[in-house]
Ligand binder design. Structure first.
Ligand SMILES: Cc1cc2nc3c(=O)[nH]c(=O)nc-3n(C[C@H](O)[C@H](O)[C@H](O)COP(=O)(O)OP(=O)(O)OC[C@H]3O[C@@H](n4cnc5c(N)ncnc54)[C@H](O)[C@@H]3O)c2cc1C
Length: 561
């Protein structure tokens, strides 16, 4: 082993506490370098402050037999090192990847990757999924390389380079997607956008904000905390806002505030060949437009198959004057869903209305230490003035009682509400905790509200008959729900039964004039259902759009179409 010392210099705008600086270093340095740090034995040694500058010293243990050529430019040392070391294990058939990586390395070193704004390359060897596992439920395929660009110019140059070399590009937000969107089915370069995490512009008076792709919804709402505004689209997970735009995400607040489709005003997109597109015109953030085709709408929900979203202009909403949450338990699934439909038909202005079946309530009670009845339950929330809230609650209570509900309880204090909604958001983890070692598979369908009772009751019956362990949870105010199914990932037969159950549920939703996905997207597993949903002309039109923007089919191949 040869010991190498590598020194990084960070220059901050003003001096900050060493502890804070260490946090930044850990965030910017340790996480992304996880893989090669482990492989090469990189250790952080020392952090020395001097005014606004911080010098970070590290040591790197290099295997002696790796030939680090002297001609490698200093700024590109680590990059080229990685490429050499990792490629030492590649076979001759992977010569093309070697050449490509050499180009990539020189491109990145030419943008000075080791200044304060660092850019990393982290090659990972691809592994194949077991052949018998259904595609939608197979393990994730890693890419050949992961790159963390720092700005739109680097994204654009990376895309152009990949395109000129015919290498697949997989955009990565925070990886919380549930349809295998970030799996690198053909290998290629994963462009991880988490380091581009600035809030570029806040236009409070116009209720809009411009965010880079690494900004998550929680980070944005923390930033907005003191200005009386918030961004309500809430998929539970702390996903990146551009990833949410890419999947057309929604969540608990959609019944009142809409989905990403309703809340994205403009997108900056790096097209597959590296060109930069502003879907609604550069810098524009209007409330409405009738100018030409809706390019913003085209990219919302495109799941990384048409381009890389490098910033999003989002619609903000005033923080509600007052908020109250409520829960109520029902004697049956039918009674809970009938109440939902009646509340919507009576125009009771709910901000959130979530359904959890008895299995899910049991899991949440155990996991989040709640003390709710183990029965089909609605979680509700209302936003408005104090006076209006009292009236809305009363109307909701009358409807639920009419359907036999018990235990209608309010939560007005912020801590009580937060406890309830945290439990709801942790439902996925609560369900997983029922069977340690198992994985969960989430279905996602959406039907017209009037058909919701029918499909939910039917699904519950099918679930019982299937012998699978499953729970239902849903944003029922939109007609959208998920059936979560426990599955042993090593049991191919069980995986097959789970996928078949999910496919049948998708078809049932289509038969009721609904959609096979309300919010998770098509990803790898729902391509057949998409075809059945939009028909052959619909699918052909989508394919023509794809070919026009991505003629080589390199943007997130194997997804959506
Ligand atoms: C516990 C849990 C609960 C969830 N609940 C909900 C829910 O209620 N509602 C809901 O809608 N979703 C939900 N999800 C799914 C997930 O959070 C959303 O799909 C989210 O929008 C994904 O964002 P991401 O940043 O993690 O994207 P990723 O998972 O990183 O990527 C998802 C897809 O978008 C593409 N992509 C990501 N970023 C970009 C970009 N900048 N440019 C172009 N393409 C990009 C990727 O290539 C991939 O195809 C949940 C997930 C979990 C784990």
């Amino acid at each position: 082993m040869v010991m190498k010392c590598i020194v990084y210099k960070y220059k901050m705008k003003e001096p900050i506490l060493k502890g804070e600086m260490l946090k930044i270093v850990h965030k910017r340095f340790r996480e992304p370098l996880g893989t090669w740090e482990r492989v090469l034995g990189l250790e952080l040694k020392e952090l020395k402050p001097s005014g606004c500058s911080y010098t970070l010293t590290t040591t790197l243990n290099l295997p002696r037999d790796k030939n680090l050529s002297d001609h490698v430019p200093k700024t590109g040392l680590i990059m080229s090192l990685l490429i050499i070391i990792f490629l030492a294990g590649y076979s001759a058939a992977e010569k093309d990847i070697r050449e490509f990586l050499t180009c990539l390395g020189s491109l990145l070193s030419s943008v000075n990757p080791f200044s304060h704004n660092q850019t990393y390359v982290d090659p990972i060897r691809p592994v194949a999924a077991p052949s018998k596992v259904p595609r939608s439920a197979s393990r994730c395929h890693p890419p050949d390389v992961v790159v963390w660009p720092q700005n739109v110019d680097q994204v654009s140059r990376l895309a152009a380079l990949c395109y000129s070399q015919g290498v697949a590009i997989i955009p990565f937000g925070t990886g919380t997607g549930l349809e295998g969107g970030v799996c690198a089915l053909q290998g290629g370069v994963c462009i991880n956008l988490t380091h581009m995490d600035r809030i570029r512009e806040l236009n409070s008076e116009d209720f809009s904000v411009v965010v880079e792709p690494g900004v998550t919804r929680k980070a944005l709402n923390t930033h907005l905390r003191d200005c009386g505004l918030w961004f309500p689209v809430d998929p539970g997970a702390d996903a990146s806002l551009c990833g949410m735009a890419a999947t057309g995400a929604s969540g608990t607040n959609a019944v009142r505030y809409g989905t990403m489709r309703d809340n994205v005003i403009n997108l900056e997109v790096v097209l597959p060949d590296g060109r930069l597109l502003h879907t609604a015109g550069q810098g524009r953030h209007f409330r409405k437009t009738a100018a030409g085709y809706n390019l913003t709408g085209l990219f919302v929900g495109s799941e990384g198959t048409l381009g890389l979203i490098t910033s999003a202009t989002l619609r903000l909403h005033p923080t509600p004057e007052a908020t109250v949450a409520a829960t109520c338990a029902f004697p049956s699934v039918q009674a809970a869903v009938d109440s939902t439909v009646q509340m919507l038909q009576a125009a009771v202005p709910v901000a959130r209305i979530e359904f959890l079946d008895d299995v899910m309530m049991d899991a949440c009670n155990r996991y989040s230490k709640l003390n709710c009845s183990v029965a089909p339950t609605l979680f509700l929330e209302f936003h408005g003035s104090e006076q209006a809230l009292a009236e809305h609650l009363q109307r909701a209570e009358v409807i639920t009682q009419h359907n036999g509900a018990s235990h209608f309880s309010w939560a007005k204090k912020a801590e009580e509400r937060s406890r309830l909604w945290t439990a709801r958001h942790n439902a996925w983890y609560a369900f997983l905790a029922l069977a340690p070692g198992y994985k969960a598979y989430s279905t996602d369908v959406c039907v017209p509200i009037s058909r919701l009772p029918e499909i939910l009751v039917h699904t519950k019956e099918k679930l019982k008959a299937s012998g699978l362990t499953g729970a239902i949870v849903g944003h029922v105010g939109d007609g959208n729900f998920h059936c979560l199914l426990l599955v042993n990932p090593d049991d191919a037969e069980e995986l097959q039964r789970v996928t078949t159950f999910a496919e049948e549920l998708g078809r049932r939703a289509l038969a009721l004039h609904g959609t096979c996905t309300g919010e998770h997207g098509i990803g790898m597993g729902k391509q057949q259902l998409l075809q059945e949903e939009v028909g052959s002309v619909g699918l052909q039109t989508m394919k023509q759009l794809k070919v026009m923007l991505d003629p080589q089919g390199l943007m997130n191949p194997g997804k959506v179409l």
